[in-house]
Each structure stands twice: as structure tokens, then as C-alpha cells.
Design a binder for this molecule. Structure first.
Ligand SMILES: [Zn+2]
Length: 430
């Protein structure tokens, strides 16, 4: 049996307003490296190995926030790391070994587990810059295709900031039917042949009778509806953790024995755990170099539209993006005001993005230590992209950034990122 506090801990954190707001913010700054501001980091996790795991749902999964005043419970499409940590805490509680949990939890970084069809080469959330045809949305051949607008918009924005702005407004229409384009969200997968498809998460709906905690009996007239991830093949969830092998082994055991998410006492949350291969997208250096090559090519194409003669040069430096795979929580400086735009501290340098596409989101959480809800925080939505220009080329620093994540509460899975999301180079519809 779970205690009420741990049951709630299983819900720890979720995103409100995921569908509430659909606007996209696009802004840019001048290309100077600011000397103020810094990145808030929680205690760094010590040296450890990386293990990728695959979770196969064996019963419905309800991953989300407990809403006291709502008759609808809807799952998140992925499993935040903090939910797995909640399962671990419960496992330790059953074995009466909670004393070292806090210190052990600091030795392991549990990232988020994202939907991935079995057999896919990799799967990722689409960046907010992914656009599709408004009339026939979706990947080809079923739809009119999906393209990424980040590099063209970045080149255009940089040209606008140069002394010779382009004479035409930036717009994209479908090359097959000339309809307007619209953002496409959610997850996509790349199959072994390199074809893309959108991941459809199978959902299951159930109406349940509310139970009184006091009387342990059904409450008359109190019904609620649960929307959960259905345990249908081939959907699995894949993610990684960095830490000592013995803790990872224990965590695996905990997930398999205790279950994850909410309503585990009512048959929800059962998963099978197995070791997985890391996702096979191109390595970091290759992604960054491809991004820079394409930006330079597009810059040349676009600068032909500039009336000035000769066209301006692309400002020098290594361009790279930070792409959020999960919500990111940032502040202007430690204890400063919340912001949607992170500042990086890389190899002793402070970097601010020169261009970004993001969207706000509200996140909450549950502090197991305090037994209290965490305050609701402003976060940048998954799929947010931030472009940086750096005069250095330091691959180790970029690898470390990718491994550590950015912003606050990375130990709960916030701020998980990829540098140069592979979809950014899909500038032609696919
Ligand atoms: Zn079209």
C-alpha cells in the first residue's frame, strides 16, 4: 500500500496550460556577449555512467498532476524524471530505507522518458519551429510535408539586423498546394530507413468513482474521468540516467516493482523495464557542423535578395542551438525574476541567445521532503529553441551542457536539452 504522501509524490509535477496557449514568441537581441547574468545550477552529479532504458507499458499510465477541483485527469505524453524518482522513494519506503535516499538521489540524474515506437532509430519532440501545410498537415507521403523554419528565420533575422535588410517579407507557403503553413507539435520518430512519422500516443478513457479517504468507500455522485496512455504495442518510452551502476540497478527494480505515475493501487502504472540502445541521431559535432553549413548556404541564398552590393558577410562564430526536450525553468540570475530565455555559462564565458522561439508554460511539482506542493513556476515549453553564436569551438563544453541540462530543477527532469536538434536541417518539406 502507498501512503497518501507518496501517492501524491507520484504525481509530482506536471504542466498546466500545455494546450492553453498556442502563441509562439520570436525575438532576437544584438550579438554581444553580456557580462551579467548567470545560469542557476543545482548540485552537479558526480562521475557516473549513462544507461538507456526502455519502458513497456503493461497497464494504462497516468502521468500528470493531481487536480483537487477537476473531474478530469489527463496524462502527460512523457514520463518526467521526477515521477521515476517518486517510484524509487516508494520502493525505499517499503523496504524502510529512506535514510540515504536524499544523498543517493543527488548521485543520479534521471532524465525524462519520451515516447518511442519499438524499432525506431530515434524519436524526439518536434521543435516549435516545425511547420506543416495548413490544408494537408503531416509528413509526406500522407500529408504535404513538414519542414523546419528555424535556420531560414535565423538567417532572415540576422540579415534584417545587418545594414542591408532584405526587401521581401519572410513567409512560407506549402510548395504543393500554396496553402499557408502552421506549426506542428508533438513527437516524431525516424525509422531505420530514415523516414519520419508522427508518433500517435494511444489513449484510454475510463470513468471512475471517487473514493473517500476517510470512509474508504465510494463517494456518492462523485465521478471522474481518466485519460491515460494505453498499453498498446509498439509504443514504448525511452530515456536515460547518469549515475553509479548499483543505484541504476535499484531504480530499475523499483520501477518494475512499484509502478509509475498515479492510481498504481488501481492497476495503473505497470511497466516492463529493459536496457535500450541510445537513440541513433547523428553525433553532436556532426549536427552542429551541418547546422552551420546550412546556415551559411541559406545566408548566401537570402543575401541575393538584398539590394546592397556586395551582400554582407554572416557574422563569424560557431552557431549552435539549445533545444528543450522538456520544460525549462530559467531566471535572469540566481534568485532574479523568471524568464523564458536562458543564459549559458560555457568554458568560463557567459552567452546569451541571439535568436529564439519559445512559448510559456506553467509547471508545478510536489516536494516529497516537505510534503507540500511546490509553487507554480513559469517555464519554457518543450520544443523551444535558442540560437547562440560562440567565438570558441569547445566540443567538451557542449557535450557537458547536453549531459547536465540547463536551468533550475534539472534533478526533476526540467531543462533536458539537445544541441542542434536534427530536425533543424530539414529545411525542405519531408
Ligand atoms: Zn499543402
Amino acid at each position: 500500500m502507498r501512503s497518501a504522501a507518496i501517492e501524491r509524490a507520484g504525481w509530482a509535477g506536471s504542466e498546466a496550460g500545455r494546450s492553453g496557449s498556442s502563441w509562439t514568441e520570436v525575438r532576437f537581441r544584438t550579438m554581444t556577449f553580456a557580462d551579467s547574468g548567470s545560469l542557476f545550477r543545482e548540485e552537479a552529479v558526480t562521475a557516473r555512467s549513462t544507461t538507456w532504458l526502455r519502458l513497456k507499458p503493461r497497464s494504462p499510465l497516468l502521468i500528470g498532476r493531481l487536480k483537487a477541483d477537476s473531474a478530469y485527469l489527463t496524462t502527460l505524453p512523457y514520463i518526467p524524471g521526477r515521477i521515476l524518482r517518486g517510484a524509487w522513494a516508494e520502493y525505499r519506503r517499503i523496504q524502510n530505507q529512506l535514510q540515504t535516499l536524499a544523498s543517493d538521489a543527488r548521485r543520479i540524474q534521471i532524465w525524462n522518458f519520451h515516447p518511442a515506437p519499438a524499432g525506431a532509430r530515434y524519436s524526439l519532440p518536434l521543435p516549435l519551429s516545425a511547420w506543416t501545410c495548413k490544408s494537408y498537415p503531416g509528413f509526406r507521403p500522407g500529408g504535404h510535408g513538414v519542414l523546419d523554419s528555424l535556420i531560414p528565420r535565423l538567417a532572415y533575422a540576422l540579415l534584417e539586423r545587418s545594414n542591408a535588410p532584405p526587401s521581401l517579407p519572410f513567409q512560407t507557403v506549402c510548395d504543393l498546394c500554396k496553402a499557408r503553413t502552421t506549426p506542428l507539435g508533438g513527437y516524431y520518430a525516424c525509422d531505420p530507413e530514415g523516414r519520419f512519422e508522427r508518433i500517435r500516443i494511444p489513449l484510454q478513457f475510463q470513468t471512475k468513482i471517487a473514493m473517500s479517504r476517510r470512509r474508504r468507500a465510494a463517494m456518492e455522485g462523485m465521478l471522474y474521468q481518466v485519460t491515460a496512455i494505453a498499453p498498446h504495442e509498439p509504443l514504448t518510452l525511452i530515456g536515460c540516467m547518469h549515475g553509479p551502476a548499483d543505484l541504476i540497478r535499484e531504480l530499475r527494480e523499483a520501477i518494475a516493482r512499484v509502478g509509475i505515475g498515479a492510481l498504481t493501487r488501481r492497476g495503473y502504472g505497470e511497466v516492463e523495464v529493459e536496457e535500450a540502445q541510445p537513440p541513433a541521431y547523428p553525433p553532436l559535432q556532426e549536427r552542429v557542423e551541418r547546422f552551420n553549413r546550412l546556415l551559411r548556404d541559406l545566408w548566401k541564398d537570402l543575401s541575393r535578395l538584398v539590394p546592397a552590393n556586395p551582400p554582407p558577410e554572416l557574422p563569424a562564430g560557431l552557431y549552435f542551438t539549445v533545444d528543450l526536450l522538456a520544460p525549462g525553468i530559467f531566471r535572469e540570475e540566481p534568485l532574479g525574476s523568471p524568464t523564458l530565455v536562458p543564459t549559458l555559462r560555457l568554458a568560463g564565458q557567459v552567452l546569451r541567445p541571439i535568436f529564439w522561439i519559445t512559448r510559456p508554460l506553467l509547471v508545478s511539482g510536489w516536494s516529497t521532503a516537505w510534503g507540500l506542493p511546490k509553487p507554480i513556476a513559469l517555464a519554457a515549453a518543450p520544443g523551444s529553441s535558442y540560437v547562440f553564436c560562440w567565438e570558441q569551438t569547445n566540443w567538451e563544453a557542449l557535450e557537458a551542457l547536453e549531459q547536465d541540462g540547463i536551468g533550475e530543477r534539472t534533478d526533476e527532469g526540467f531543462g533536458e536539452l539537445l544541441i542542434c536538434h536534427p530536425f533543424h536541417t530539414e529545411v525542405e518539406p519531408v
